[in-house]
Ligand binder design. Structure first.
Ligand code: GAR
Length: 206
């Protein structure tokens, strides 16, 4: 089957990016990463891309301070690489450009380490869940819209965190499940189609 051309956007460590690369190597994710785009010249994700000979595009937020301009630079790269799916994997920047969001409507997905709408918009949702004393948290994979962490949900999984002693432990517990779930959702995207009915996402296998 044809592999779907994807872009991955990551700002930091990129372990979800690595999980997708590993699943592709195992033949479990029908995607080809055409480009890694990052806003952080120091991101560890860059080394992960280089070790696989995947092109890296660094759009430094300090060099392009205007938010709209920054997003349009991203759009230019996505167009250039001809991607059909944009995977945000620890991309810690809000996409603000309507032009970018409209051009890639229902083609940008994000992973968030909570059961949305819990801890919506947080950049440390796992620590928030720990501080709240939550016994369960989880992860959500959703389409990206102008509603931050509020787009239609493709996938959710609850994770028990009652034994965790710190926020970091919660993060370590949830990310293991993220690594399993994200490549599977990318694979589903490649193999079928997602229909959006109101706020609900219905998966239709090809
Ligand atoms: C992941 O836990 C991801 O869910 C989270 O950042 C981490 C990135 O880890 N994303 C957000 O919090 C988005 N608001 P990684 O760089 O090792 O994939």
């Amino acid at each position: 089957m044809d592999k779907i051309p994807i872009a991955v956007l990551a700002s930091e460590r990129g372990s979800n990016f690595q999980a997708i690369l590993d699943a592709i190597d195992r033949g479990e994710c029908a995607a080809e990463v055409k480009v890694l785009i990052t806003d952080n010249p120091e991101a560890k994700a860059i080394d992960r891309a280089k070790s696989k000979n995947i092109p890296v595009e660094i759009i430094d937020k300090k060099a392009v301070p205007d938010r709209e301009q920054f997003d349009l630079e991203i759009k230019k790269k996505l167009d250039e690489y001809g991607v059909q799916l944009v995977v945000l994997a620890g991309y810690m920047r809000i996409i603000k450009s309507k032009e970018l969001l409209d051009a890639y409507k229902y083609k940008i997905i994000n992973i968030h380490p909570s059961l949305l709408p819990a801890f919506k918009g947080s950049t440390h949702a796992q620590h928030d869940a720990f501080k709240q004393g939550c016994k369960m948290s989880g992860l959500t994979i959703h389409f990206v819209t102008d509603d931050i962490d509020g787009g239609p949900i493709l996938y959710q999984e609850a994770v028990e965190i009652s034994d965790c002693k710190t926020g970091d432990e919660v993060a370590d517990t949830i990310i293991k499940i993220e690594h399993e779930a994200y490549p599977q959702v990318v694979d589903s995207f490649a193999r079928g189609k997602y229909e959006i009915q109101g706020r609900r996402v219905i998966y239709v296998a090809d």
